[in-house]
Design a protein around this ligand. Structure first.
Ligand SMILES: *[C@@H]1O[C@H](CO)[C@@H](O)[C@H](O)[C@H]1NC(C)=O
Ligand SMILES: *[C@@H]1O[C@H](CO)[C@@H](O)[C@H](O)[C@H]1NC(C)=O
Ligand SMILES: *[C@@H]1O[C@H](CO)[C@@H](O)[C@H](O)[C@H]1NC(C)=O
Ligand SMILES: *[C@@H]1O[C@H](CO)[C@@H](O)[C@H](O)[C@H]1NC(C)=O
Ligand SMILES: *[C@@H]1O[C@H](CO)[C@@H](O)[C@H](O)[C@H]1NC(C)=O
Ligand SMILES: *[C@@H]1O[C@H](CO)[C@@H](O)[C@H](O)[C@H]1NC(C)=O
Ligand SMILES: *[C@@H]1O[C@H](CO)[C@@H](O)[C@H](O)[C@H]1NC(C)=O
Length: 538
């Protein structure tokens, strides 16, 4: 008996090792949620071994890779309103127990999109060891399509506006606890655009849900963003009017002139305006001379349009609606809101959420319509109230890290500044808090809306485009920066953005640059311009 025991224990060890793999897989495939505090049931589970092909697509997001670490995919069906029998689906992607960093990461959506953010679940949560959660917001649709909201689909509107994310977060945390046998120790959130709005909504309405919330260029004010976008578009439309500005003119004429007038302000002529607030662009220098080829200059109506597009937008009674575009992003603006009216979101907001009139066209926008959006605030989607004290204050001690690209072509970067400033003013006037202790805004020179432009890899969809952060450390990776702030009290002063050559991760780093904390800007101080160290935040 005794002589057998060494062999036996080797056998037991081998058995345990294989059982570990076997048991996680079994635990995954047999997982059920016991006694959930919200009405949620497991709809499906799938275990993916390391390097298994993960190919998942929905109308909002997709992923197709075969280099992820092992994880368990749990799909939940959540009843959001029992009377209406409305449901939302959430997915929780769970790394192997030994690979789990002990944290929960909620991931946001985009536009009017319905669909779990599977790209961010894979490329951000699983790659970095988080238990990730994303909701489909209660419906399936492309980000541009708002037709699911009407007529009068109030439960779907509420689910998309706030309810699905909150219920999914509560249920997702229970999945984490029951799967690992212990709770997460901190909860984070990351989202851009509608995802940014969702993050701010969580901070305001459910301050307990997350400890750190990363907010990219938020669509937090649809009642003003929608009319602003329509207004900007109307400055140049219709296509056959003299004021129409073709995309080539935006790039070759207007952008070229912006660079001529303003590129050197930050100390470096590199095609990027590090701080477009410093640029007082004068389009008059482009006025057509007699006989000049009109594709190389601007007529008087086009000059007026450019001025309006770069100006703050007020209602006819002078009420503030939205900040204008900043100079520097002209290459993207005709593909954003100016010109091809691909941006169906904005009229859909009025057609399916506010007016319930599918015949609404953008030329019908007037002050009454704008006011109606503000009064109805469908599903209470907007986050305008500057009081975030319940989240930021000592009762919860939460952190918000916000970012926006100066060349944002869908939501003027001025919106991020406006929201930050209103929260700042409120916090200062009504509390003893120093906003810098809990809420910081970073601006990214030359970066477009959430995912394109010259880029910082923080943006999760960038990861799904093959552009992970240059390093997963807290300087290069906004998620790690937030974790360090929450868990070690080390607040980020700057963040380092990485541009991959040709926006292609395999082609190596093109340059790095600091993202400065608002209201600072980055100035070139000399040295290698491809190196973040050659810039100062001032
Ligand atoms: C569960 O997920 C797997 C793949 O992840 C899929 O093949 C299967 O159809 C799903 N089952 C249900 C009932 O949805
Ligand atoms: C997954 O692929 C990577 C890279 O090819 C490799 O290093 C690793 O050993 C693979 N893991 C497994 C479990 O196959
Ligand atoms: C649930 O749905 C019913 C039926 O549509 C509706 O009357 C009720 O107001 C909804 N409740 C909530 C909390 O949304
Ligand atoms: C349009 O429908 C939504 C959703 O039911 C409702 O909240 C809103 O008040 C309606 N708008 C008007 C003008 O009746
Ligand atoms: C005007 O300029 C555009 C672009 O440079 C060129 O394609 C076009 O041929 C020119 N038109 C005339 C009439 O010269
Ligand atoms: C504003 O537009 C709405 C919707 O088209 C229309 O019903 C209303 O009469 C307009 N109001 C004014 C003052 O023009
Ligand atoms: C990225 O670059 C590699 C070569 O380094 C190339 O094979 C690949 O096709 C490129 N990817 C894209 C999306 O262009």
């Amino acid at each position: 008996m005794l002589s057998l025991s060494p062999l036996l224990s080797v056998g037991v060890l081998l058995l345990q090792a294989s059982q570990l793999v076997f048991s996680t897989q079994t635990r995954c495939s047999t997982f059920t949620l016991r006694n959930p505090s919200v009405n949620a049931v497991v709809a499906n589970t799938t275990f993916f071994k390391a390097n298994d092909t993960v190919a998942i697509t929905n109308p909002f997001s997709s992923i197709d890779v075969s280099d992820l670490p092992a994880f368990c995919r749990v799909v939940l069906a959540i009843t959001t309103n029992a009377t209406a029998k409305s449901t939302a689906h959430a997915e929780i992607w769970l790394p192997e127990p030994q690979a789990w960093n002990g944290r929960f990461l909620g991931l946001g959506n985009g536009g009017f999109g319905g669909g779990v953010n599977v790209a961010d679940l894979g490329f951000v949560a699983i790659v970095q060891g988080f238990a990730g959660m994303s909701t489909d917001t209660g419906h399936l649709s492309s980000p541009l399509d708002g037709s699911w909201a009407g007529p009068h689909n109030d439960n779907a509107i509420n689910d998309w506006s706030w309810r699905a994310l909150h219920l999914s977060t509560v249920a997702g945390k229970e999945v984490v606890q029951q799967y690992y046998g212990k709770p997460h120790h901190k909860a984070y959130y990351l989202g851009c655009s509608t995802g940014g709005r969702q993050g701010l909504k969580e901070a305001q309405r459910f301050p307990e849900d997350f400890d750190g919330i990363i907010v990219g260029s938020p669509a937090n004010w649809m009642a003003h963003l929608s009319p602003w976008g329509i207004h900007v578009n109307l400055q140049v439309m219709p296509f056959d009017s003299p004021r129409f500005i073709p995309a080539d003119t935006w790039t070759n004429v207007i952008h070229a002139e912006v660079l001529k007038q303003c590129d050197a302000i930050d100390g470096l002529e590199d095609g990027i305006l590090n701080d477009p607030r410093k640029c007082s662009f004068r389009p008059e220098t482009l006025t057509c001379r007699p006989g000049q080829n009109t594709s190389t200059c601007l007529n008087v109506e086009q000059i007026t349009a450019v001025h309006k597009i770069f100006s703050t937008y007020f209602e006819t009674n002078q009420k503030f609606i939205f900040n204008g575009y900043y100079p520097g992003g002209e290459v993207g603006y005709p593909f954003g809101l100016v010109g091809t009216f691909a941006f169906q979101i904005l009229p859909d907001y009025y057609r399916f959420f506010v007016l319930n009139d599918t015949s609404f066209t953008i030329d019908q926008l007037n002050d009454t319509v704008i006011q109606l959006g503000e009064t109805i605030n469908p599903g209470t989607m907007d986050v305008v109230d500057p009081d975030l004290t319940a989240f930021l204050g000592p009762a919860h001690n939460g952190k918000i890290l916000q970012y926006v690209g100066w060349a944002d072509q869908l939501i003027s970067s001025g919106n991020s500044i406006h929201f930050y400033e209103t929260v700042h003013a409120f916090t200062q006037a009504n509390t003893q808090l120093d906003i810098d202790d809990s809420y910081r805004l970073f601006t990214a020179p030359g970066m477009q809306h959430c995912l394109v432009g010259w880029l910082w890899s923080k943006r999760l969809r960038q990861a799904s485009m093959g552009m992970p952060p240059a390093s997963l450390d807290a300087e290069h990776n906004i998620v790690a920066a937030m974790v360090r702030w929450v868990e070690e009290g080390h607040a980020p002063e700057t963040l380092t953005a990485t541009y991959w050559n040709h926006n292609n991760f395999t082609e190596g780093v093109g340059f790095t640059r600091p993202l400065c904390k608002y209201p600072q800007m980055s100035m070139f101080k000399g040295g290698n311009p491809n190196d973040a160290g050659a810039f100062l935040c001032v």
